[in-house]
Design a protein around this ligand. Structure first.
Ligand code: FES
Ligand code: FE
Length: 389
């Protein structure tokens, strides 16, 4: 009897055992066209956490930040409010500010033909404008971008009609903690920056989100974290959806690299929040971690289909930072977690274009949050005809 050799075909997602679910196919992490759709339908349509408000301390301070395909300019106005504009001169389109951060005394002046805008974006001067009486200065101010402040950060939205901030940012975050006041107890907006580390990760932003959403990998790659939070060693926790509060291990005194004591509990933190770690993801690009004596906030800046900058802030009580106390042992714990996570993401990125991953991989049951994230992403991308909503 002869048999016809057949080449093994990859298992289709439909053939997976019912307990396993397929991931997205590999090209979702490598295709520039899909990344462009994500820029348009996610980063340019949703509220995007752009800058820490306190980084713009004085009137005249400004920051430029990339949001989707746009450069956004955030300024502190003369009257002390934050404003956001597209970083584009209305004359002939020159980039108004090239620096990532800076400070002006009074106005922003375009380096090309010197059109000048005040910190509220109004066109206040332009050479020879008196000879052009028809120009409507009010109509040629900088293009305003919606801005809201929450947790001590400025969130911007490029959509013509931004979605409800209360529902899509505050509500979505709070819902995951299961208690409307839980996150407010930490008063993140009153905290001071103890440390900021920026990570340039050679991986698609979704690999970073997916990694944040599961703790299946915790026992393998996070020895320090699982020492402090023993439940993470079991792999069932969703590392970054810890709404119930993961309890510190016995003998652990604080959320530090060796489990040694941290600082005094933040004043608003409730008794039942003490010795616990909470974490939430605010889609699409923010992760917030809450522990009794500090808050860790990650902001992602997806720059290309295979490159994401992650800026991580460690926030403490102002008196801790003012006293010059050594925060390095608590910073070191999550810095190691970040380094371990981002190394894993960078290890995964090259394989996304392998034929082995053409149909994607699989999710085990404890990774079910990733499946929910994928369903959400597909809904957003499928909603393309309603771009801008
Ligand atoms: Fe800005 Fe001409 S492009 S002044
Ligand atoms: Fe991790």
């Amino acid at each position: 009897m002869t048999t016809t050799p057949t080449s093994p075909s990859p298992r289709s997602p439909r053939q997976l055992p019912p307990s396993l679910v397929a991931t997205l196919p590999g090209h979702y992490y490598t295709d520039p066209d899909i990344f462009r759709q994500e820029q348009e339908l996610l980063f340019e349509s949703m509220w995007f956490c752009a800058v820490r408000s306190a980084d713009l301390a004085k009137p005249g301070a400004f920051r430029t930040v990339r949001v989707g395909r746009e450069s956004v300019l955030v300024t502190r106005s003369r009257t002390g409010e934050l404003r956001a504009f597209l970083n584009v001169c209305r004359h002939r389109g020159a980039r108004l500010c090239l620096e990532e951060a800076g400070e002006v005394r009074r106005n922003l002046q375009c380096p090309y033909h010197a059109w000048t805008y005040d910190l509220d974006g109004r066109l206040v001067a332009a050479p020879n404008l008196v000879k052009m009486p028809d120009i409507d200065r009010a109509a040629y101010g900088l293009v305003t971008v919606a801005l809201r402040e929450w947790l001590g950060y400025a969130w911007v939205c490029l959509a013509d009609e931004p979605p409800s901030f209360e529902e899509t940012v505050v509500g979505a975050a709070v819902e995951r903690l299961g208690d409307t006041a839980a996150i407010e107890h930490y008063r993140a907006e009153d905290l001071a920056l103890g440390r900021r580390i920026s990570y340039d990760v050679k991986a698609n932003w979704k690999l970073i989100v997916e990694n944040f959403m599961e703790c299946y990998h915790c026992a393998t790659i996070h020895p320090e974290l699982t020492d402090v939070l023993p439940e993470f060693a079991h792999g069932y926790a969703a590392q970054y959806y810890v709404g119930h509060g993961a309890e510190f291990g016995e003998g652990v005194q604080g959320f530090t690299v060796d489990g040694g004591a941290g600082f005094a509990k933040l004043p608003g933190v409730a008794e039942d929040q003490d010795r616990r770690y909470y974490a939430i993801t605010v889609k699409p690009t923010v992760f917030v971690n809450l522990v009794p004596d500090h808050v860790i906030l990650h902001r992602m800046f997806p720059l290309a289909e295979d490159r994401t900058v992650v800026e991580c802030d460690w926030l403490y009580a102002p008196e801790v930072v003012a006293s010059g106390a050594d925060v390095s042992r608590s910073v070191e714990l999550f810095h190691r977690v970040n380094a371990q996570d981002f190394e894993a993401c960078e290890r995964t990125q090259p394989a996304m274009s392998s034929r082995a991953y053409r149909r994607g991989g699989v999710l085990v049951p404890s990774e079910h949050h990733i499946g929910i994230f994928h369903a959400w992403l597909m809904r957003r991308l499928g909603a393309r005809p309603q771009a801008g909503t």
